[in-house]
Design a protein around this ligand. Structure first.
Ligand code: ASP
Length: 320
């Protein structure tokens, strides 16, 4: 029997609904006592008990260090990480970029607490354990298993506030799915480049653009505290002209500026050549982040800066 380590970090999957409708933290119930999970050989670790909006870069670091330590023991055939769904995509992407794993690493969570009618908590965990137990799931990067679908940490995002089908990969779709009898993969994955990190010294912030945006907020940003800025731009990567001088100032002060799109789908590309257009921004030294969303581009830029990548190397890394 495959031996699986479950690392709990918190979220709705570890919560219950009270009689008055509030969703609250529970006293942990050992999963090994749940009848449906007895077919797996499980060990559990409660690493954190956090709602996922409480997750920080330091928690992510603790998690990756814990995973690496456990992998070094060679005791496990797979790892399942339970996580709140709000920031699950960020922690999963961070683990994907930092851990070079030879066993499946699967994230899962739940949209409905375990005692609610139609809860997806136990079911998602059960599916995640099945995917983690299948040797086919190795060497595919970190995966996210929810609602019978398998997504890569790289592309998945939370798309609905409350629907159980919330996790989707808008550009590429799921890479596999879970049926009653089998685990199916229908896409091959590229190998992820890994970026080691042991401590945080850099700060990267995320800004969203909108019609008629002024540079008011950008005036408050200084290179003393910020090393990188992710700009969630409009469409294919264009910004309101009023913020261009501030972006130019950031670049002249050594702050790295990276463009993603506020659109739900698609890649950014510097094609428009007007004031604030992507073509002009690239001439100014702005970098385009291909298909990543804002929170994921932020994590990647942080890792690149911590590894002292220069401008050219960052451009290259965001083309991956
Ligand atoms: N607010 C919860 C969290 O992310 C939502 C969930 O787990 O689905 O911790």
């Amino acid at each position: 029997m495959q031996k699986i380590l479950i690392i709990h970090t918190g979220g709705t999957i570890s919560m219950e609904e009270a009689a008055d409708g509030r969703i609250i933290e529970t006293n942990e119930h050992p999963l090994t006592e749940i009848e449906q999970l007895k077919q797996f050989s499980i060990e559990e670790k409660q690493l954190f008990h956090l709602p996922s909006p409480h997750m920080t870069l330091d928690h992510m670091l603790v998690l990756t260090q814990y995973i690496e330590k456990q992998m070094a023991t060679a005791k496990y055939n797979g790892i399942v990480i339970t996580h709140g769904t709000d920031t699950l995509e960020e922690t999963a992407f961070f683990v994907d970029l930092t851990v070079n794993a030879s066993i499946p690493i699967i994230f899962t969570g739940a949209m409905r607490p375990s005692n609610k009618i139609g809860s997806d908590a136990l079911y998602n965990l059960f599916c995640a354990l099945r995917v983690a137990s299948d040797p086919k799931s190795a060497y595919r990067g970190v995966l996210v298993v929810m609602n019978d679908e398998i997504h890569t940490a790289q592309h998945v995002t939370k798309t609905s506030t409350s629907n159980v089908a919330t996790f989707q990969s808008p550009v590429f779709g799921p890479v596999g799915f879970v049926t009653k009898l089998a685990i199916h993969f229908h896409q091959k994955m590229d190998q992820t480049t890994h970026y080691p990190v042991t401590t945080w010294t850099k700060n990267v912030v995320l800004l969203k653009t909108y019609a008629g945006m002024s540079d008011e907020l950008l005036q408050t940003i200084s290179s003393q505290h910020v090393h990188g800025i992710i700009v969630e731009a409009l469409g294919q990567g264009n910004v309101p002209p009023a913020i261009v001088p501030a972006l130019q100032r950031f670049i002249s002060e050594g702050i790295t500026v990276v463009i993603v799109s506020r659109c739900f789908k698609g890649v950014v590309q510097p094609v428009y050549d007007y004031a604030g257009g992507g073509r002009a921004l690239v001439k100014d030294g702005v970098i385009f982040a291909n298909y990543l969303n804002g929170p994921k581009a932020r994590l990647k830029l942080l890792l690149l800066l911590e590894n002292n990548y220069d401008h050219e190397a960052i451009v290259e890394a965001f083309h991956d």
